[in-house]
Structures are given as structure tokens and as C-alpha cells.
Design a binder for this molecule. Structure first.
Ligand code: HEM
Length: 335
């Protein structure tokens, strides 16, 4: 064989190899968010009243406790980002070693609402509907209950049997994340840069503990300094709510409309008043920046539609379908 031929075949081999690797990586990402086996109305025959039952419980709960909407929406996100949307965030462990006990999940609330919905659903359709699907339906219904968008929720997820504290500790994106960590965290799960900026819009509702952002107020680079990307007037206000070292006080993410799902998050971030570093980081990328400025300047013309679409995509991450996993009888325990 001539050296030329060798070189050429080596080149072909190298490029095929690169292509193969790309395919595997893409396939992996695709698989993570392709949601094969899910469909709208999966329980139409097996549990026809499922969606109205879930909505009934959610509406009743949110009418008396609207502040539970935010953590219940967040719960579906935390479920999907670790091991896929498989209800693993709900599992309890006698030694506190499941995801639920990982630091970022200690601020989740509303587990009892998921149990309440599951009990109502089990009564009507025993052992049919997964806890992972209940999380997805509840996330949609709490959003609607606080004047946010409606979207059709695909169902057919099954529940996982594994939940590991350390996976949630290391796998959930921290509030200190910069734009490349954020983009990477979403991309690894088959979600786009647009999904990142759209789903971050969830921070239009709910609260944050001081511990999630107080480094921006008091010790940003270890020099007792503040985060230069945060509006200095806002820093003054936030310091009143969060004293140095205060981990437990809470601050509204979107002051004034914390219980209403609207596009005002983007106006806040554009004014350099995003509470978390991960919110402010959306100004560091052209695509996320132009999306948020567009929504901020035009009263969020496409935010609701985009949000529904991105939630559907998020709900497809790493799902168990068909005969994999199980339908838990109780959401906190494997069967
Ligand atoms: C992009 C990366 C994200 C990061 C780094 C992040 C981080 C955080 C942090 C640190 C908090 C405050 C927790 C506390 O101190 O109590 C929070 C709150 C919240 N997050 Fe995110 N989040 C992200 C994306 C999302 C997504 C995709 C959703 C939903 C689809 C979401 C929904 C929420 C909601 C609703 C709250 C308020 C919770 C409450 O009121 O209890 N977040 N997030």
C-alpha cells in the first residue's frame, strides 16, 4: 500500500471515527430528551379522569397556599435533571441517602401535595399512574393556577427504583453557575440554549434563601466585595433582608409578583436585578441576552408559548417507559 493511500484511509478512519463519536454523543443527548413512549393522553383508557382529578387537588391546594406553586414546579425540574423524570426525587431512604436529602433539595417543599394527589389517583385507578407523571401534571397545573400558561403534558413515564443523594448534590446546577456551566448542564440533557433562558423564566415566582446568593452581597471574590454585575441599589435593599452570614432568611425572586407567573423576570434580569448569579449570567451570551431583552421590552409576547414547549422537552429527559421501571404504589417508596 502506498503511503498516500495509508494517509487517506487513516483520514477516512479518523473522520468516520469522529462522526461516529458525534453520532453517539448526539444519540445520547437525543435519547435523553426524545421522550419515546410518551404521549398526550397516555392514560385515556386506563384512568380517564386522571387530569381532572390532579387539577382538582392542585386548585384546592393553591387556592389556600399559593406559595406552594413555585416549589412544586421546581420539584419536576429537580426530578428531571437527575436520572431523568423518573420520580427519583420523591424517594425516601431510612439513612437519608436519597436525592431528597441533598442540599439543593432541602429547600423543596410540597412533597405532601404529591402524596395527596397520588392518594386521590390511586383511589380511582390503583397502580396505573406513575409518580413521575404526577410530578409533570402537577407542575403544569400549579403554573396554570397562578395565571401561567397551559400546555399539554405528555404522560407514560414510569418510576425509577434508584435515588442517590450524591447524584443530586453534584448534578443539579448550582446558583453560582456561569453561562458555560448553565449551557453545558442543559445541553447534556438534550436541552437547548433557548430552553435555558425560557425555563429560567420560572424564577418569576417563588423565593430564594439568602444562602443561594449572599456571596454576591458580601464576599464575591473573597475580598469582601460585591458582585459588580448586580445593580448596586438592589444590593442595598438585599443587604437589609440578608445580614452577613444569614443563611435562612428568604427573599422573593421577583418582588411584587412572586405569586404570579408572568414575564417580569426578564425585565428584572435586564435591569441587572436577577437574584442568582445564574440569572445574571443570561446576560453573558448573545442568544440568551437577546431573548431576555426581547421579552423584557415587548411584555413577553412569546414567553408563555415558549415555556410550555420547553417544559414538554424537559419532561422527556431520560424517561423510563414501556416495561422499564415500575408504577409505585406510594411515591416515597419503591414497591
Ligand atoms: C438554570 C439553572 C437553575 C438554577 C441554577 C436554579 C437555582 C435555583 C435556586 C438556588 C433557587 C432558590 C432556592 C432557595 O434558596 O430556596 C431556585 C428557586 C426556584 N427555581 Fe430554580 N434554578 C434553575 C432553573 C430552574 C428551572 C429550569 C425551573 C423550573 C422549570 C426552576 C424553578 C424554580 C422555582 C419555581 C423556584 C422558587 C422555589 C420556591 O419558591 O421555593 N428553576 N432556583
Amino acid at each position: 500500500m502506498s503511503p498516500t493511500f495509508n494517509t487517506k484511509s487513516a483520514t477516512i478512519n479518523m473522520s468516520s471515527l469522529r462522526f461516529l463519536v458525534q453520532l453517539i454523543v448526539l444519540g445520547f443527548a437525543f435519547n435523553l430528551a426524545d421522550g419515546q413512549g410518551l404521549k398526550v393522553g397516555f392514560y385515556q383508557k386506563t384512568c380517564p379522569d386522571l387530569e381532572s382529578k390532579v387539577k382538582e387537588v392542585v386548585d384546592q391546594v393553591i387556592s389556600v397556599a399559593p406559595s406552594l406553586a413555585a416549589p412544586l414546579l421546581r420539584m419536576h425540574f429537580h426530578d428531571c435533571f437527575i436520572r431523568g423524570c423518573d420520580g427519583s426525587v420523591l424517594l425516601e431512604s431510612p439513612t437519608n441517602q436519597s436525592e431528597k436529602y441533598a442540599f439543593p433539595n432541602l429547600s423543596l417543599r410540597g412533597f405532601q401535595i404529591i402524596d395527596k394527589v397520588k392518594t386521590a389517583v390511586e383511589k380511582a385507578c390503583p397502580m396505573v399512574v406513575s409518580c413521575a407523571d404526577i410530578l409533570a401534571l402537577v407542575a403544569r397545573d400549579v403554573t396554570v393556577a397562578i395565571k401561567g400558561p397551559f400546555w399539554e403534558v405528555e404522560t407514560g413515564r414510569r418510576d425509577g427504583r434508584v435515588s442517590i443523594l450524591n447524584e443530586a448534590l453534584t448534578g443539579l446546577i448550582p446558583p453560582s453557575a456561569n453561562i458555560s456551566i448553565l449551557k453545558q448542564g442543559f445541553q447534556q440533557r438534550g436541552l437547548s440554549v433557548k430552553d435555558l433562558v425560557v425555563l429560567s423564566g420560572s424564577h418569576t415566582i417563588g423565593i430564594s434563601h439568602c444562602s443561594s446568593f449572599s456571596n454576591r452581597l458580601y464576599n464575591f471574590t473573597g475580598q469582601n466585595d460585591t458582585d459588580p454585575t448586580l445593580d448596586p441599589n438592589y444590593i442595598v435593599k438585599l443587604k437589609i433582608k440578608c445580614n452577613p452570614g444569614d443563611q435562612n432568611s428568604i427573599v422573593e425572586m421577583d418582588p411584587g409578583s412572586v405569586k404570579t407567573f408572568d414575564e417580569s423576570y426578564y425585565t428584572l434580569v435586564a435591569k441587572r436585578r436577577g437574584l442568582l448569579q445564574s440569572d445574571a449570567a443570561l446576560l453573558d451570551d448573545n442568544e440568551t441576552k437577546s431573548y431576555l431583552k426581547f421579552q423584557a421590552l415587548n411584555h413577553g409576547p412569546t414567553f408563555f408559548k415558549d415555556f410550555g414547549e420547553s417544559m414538554v422537552k424537559m419532561g422527556r429527559i431520560g424517561v423510563l417507559t414501556g416495561t422499564t421501571g415500575e408504577i409505585r404504589k406510594v411515591c416515597t417508596k419503591v414497591n
